[in-house]
Design a protein around this ligand. Sequence first.
Ligand code: DWN
Ligand code: SAH
Length: 406
Amino acid sequence: MSNICRVSGDPLELVVDFGRQPLGNGFLNQEDFKNEYFFNMQCGFNEKSKMFQLINQPNPEIMFHENYAFFSSTSNYMKKHFYNFYESIINSDYLSNDPFIIELGCNDGIMLENFANNNFKHLGIEPSKNVAIEANKKGVRTISDFFDNSVANKIIADFGQADCFISANVMCHIPNIHSVAEGISKILKTTGVLIFEDPYLGDVIEKTSYDQIYDEHVFLFSAHSVQYLFSNYNLELINLEPQVTHGGSMRYTLAHKGMYEINPNVKKYLSKEKLQGLDKVETFHNFQSKIIESKNKLLDLLNSLKKDGHQVFGYAATSKSTTILNYCGITNDLIGKIYDTTPIKHGKFSPGMHIPILNYEEFKNEKAKYGFLFAWNHSKEIIEKETHYKSQGGHWITHVPEVMAF
Ligand code: DWN
Ligand code: SAH
């Protein structure tokens, strides 16, 4: 892919440059250090489509496979969030008497299990085989494939059209987004709706949460860019609902044009985005300056803690942490280890910076007084769980919304 917008086909303007980066979820063993994959992570913006995107993205098969390291069900708060999402759908006016629900990127079944447990006709599409197996084990009917227009044709032939096509934190991962949008427009019944949520560009800009940018996130959406993209397939935005998840997300509801009333939120957020400058390229050049400022402040803090003899650990080996560690050049003299709850990550090393990943079980013996909260998006859940660490004089470090220790 050269510097061409994946949505409008117009040239992209380079706005943010992170340099050489590894795979966000490329946790690896020592013997694999020498063959580690890196790519040049740069972001572009196009004022026609208003889509913020990676200029180059590794091939999907390198990122999503039988050893995918992210299992959605590691967060209890996210389980609750997806139960609430399920409830909002079953209580909506969008479903027929015998509804069919499809989920894009269902991972280990965290959302669809609610539909499966209540006997709704459903289907998950999940290319990462290991997590798809987990979903099937829970009774969630899941096919392992990369969704696109041709998969949509197969699903229509085998299962029929859907009342509701849902997805969370997946749409922003898929580079051939036109093929996906075309497939969705066909798969939906006349009264069908597409409801999806993803990290929101407005929050990323407001909080300088640049770690939402890594190989997997090829797009950061806004109401403007979503409206532009799907209007090519006669789908219109009928609602926008902000979410607190993943540090600030947006839930987009779309339907075939003219089928439903448009919620006033659509107008409200489109105007808000204009005020925030999400439609203008200068905003993203300014974002680059804020990222550099954030990096410098973080390095100052970590270096001064090191000077004072503190050993800092990381809490949660998130995909996002890969961007922070590699972009800021944080080596293991600044952060010596990262605790994580995911078994597949234990005993491995972080992508690029090769910081050891330890089993979370060992965290109870940790004596250090400073921990970088890499899963800052789950801070409420984690702080509630780790009151002991705090009461023993422990501090959390974060870079969002600004660099601080608390
Ligand atoms: O978009 C994506 C989101 C939904 O999930 C994917 N591309 C990949 C992944 O991103 P992430 O890794 O940044 O997600 P989280 O949910 O911020 O972090 C998950 C990691 O944090 C897991 O390795 C588990 C770990 N964790 C932990 O060790 N203790 C998480 C929680 C809540 C905890 O208490
Ligand atoms: N929905 C889950 C998982 C998000 S992680 C949650 O919110 O926690 C992103 C997921 O998208 C991964 O499980 C990945 O395998 C999946 N994915 C990537 N490309 C896809 C595609 N083309 N079609 C369907 N799923 C895809």
